[in-house]
Design a protein around this ligand. Structure first.
Ligand code: F6R
Length: 239
């Protein structure tokens, strides 16, 4: 666990974890996330690329999740987000950057395809943000969780939280494809990043509370190599 005075210090530290790994292992497999949490980290990775400190030519990436029904050119899709913040700004070959295909005609087959790729080459490091209700990826609190990649119905609270990015709540997708908690836990190292006072309670609960499917991030406590990076606000109950 590392608590940073500023969000920028956190970004620099996290980006360096990735660039060091890539320099040591040029064909590294990275598990990536979207949302507001990783934007500054991707920014620093792009800076390192411009400074010729790292190349993504041999890197393979797998994103956690994607909305069902949004094409990659829809500016709310996670494919669009990844292109905008990272992929189009570094030298990763497009065939090596993977997201679940939210437009797949057969979503079940798409989930199987995605898990088969992940099983073949598990992530060296999986980046995660944390939802206010303890979700990771789109694995929402529930009586039971699914291990593998699967289609989920989004909870109303999650749709409402994301509605700010859409013209109206009706346009927010109702389903998503997400890696399951089992797929996430297969990564060699997990990097959980949490920012802001509004997540101080849930990060404390996830890391020190009981392991329960009602707080999906609490399952991360079972992982042997979990790195948690928080800013001062999010870490105020952890010190
Ligand atoms: C994103 C993802 C989500 C977010 C979480 C936090 O790919 O899977 O679990 O990490 O909702 O979102 P932000 O970072 O926007 O607070």
């Amino acid at each position: 666990l590392k608590i940073f005075e500023t969000s920028e210090q956190l970004d620099v530290y996290a980006a360096e974890l990735f660039t060091k790994l890539i320099n040591e292992k040029p064909n590294a497999v990275l598990g990536l996330a979207t949302g507001s949490t990783p934007i500054g980290i991707y920014e620093k990775m792009v800076e390192s690329y411009h400074q010729k400190k790292v190349s993504f030519k041999g890197v393979t990436t797998y994103n956690l999740d994607e909305y069902v029904g949004l094409t990659p050119d829809n500016d709310q899709s996670y494919a669009y987000y990844m292109n905008k913040h990272l992929f189009s700004r570094v030298d990763i070959p497009s065939g090596q950057a993977h997201l679940p295909n939210g437009m797949a005609e057969d979503p079940e087959a798409e989930c199987k395809r995605y898990d088969a790729m992940l099983n073949e080459r598990p992530a060296d490091i999986q980046l995660l943000g944390l939802g206010h209700n303890g979700h990771i990826g789109f694995n929402e609190p529930d009586d039971k969780l699914t291990a593998g990649t699967h289609v989920v119905k989004l909870k109303e609270e999650t749709r409402e939280a994301n509605a700010r990015f859409f013209a109206s709540i009706d346009e927010v997708p109702r389903e998503a494809v997400t890696m399951g908690v089992g797929s996430i836990l297969k990564a060699n190292t997990i990097l959980l990043v949490v920012r802001g006072s509004d997540k101080a309670r849930i990060v404390k609960e996830a890391l020190t509370g009981p392991i329960t499917t009602q707080v999906p991030a609490s399952l991360l406590q079972t992982h042997p190599r979990l790195i948690v990076l928080v800013d001062r606000e999010a870490g105020r109950f952890l010190e």
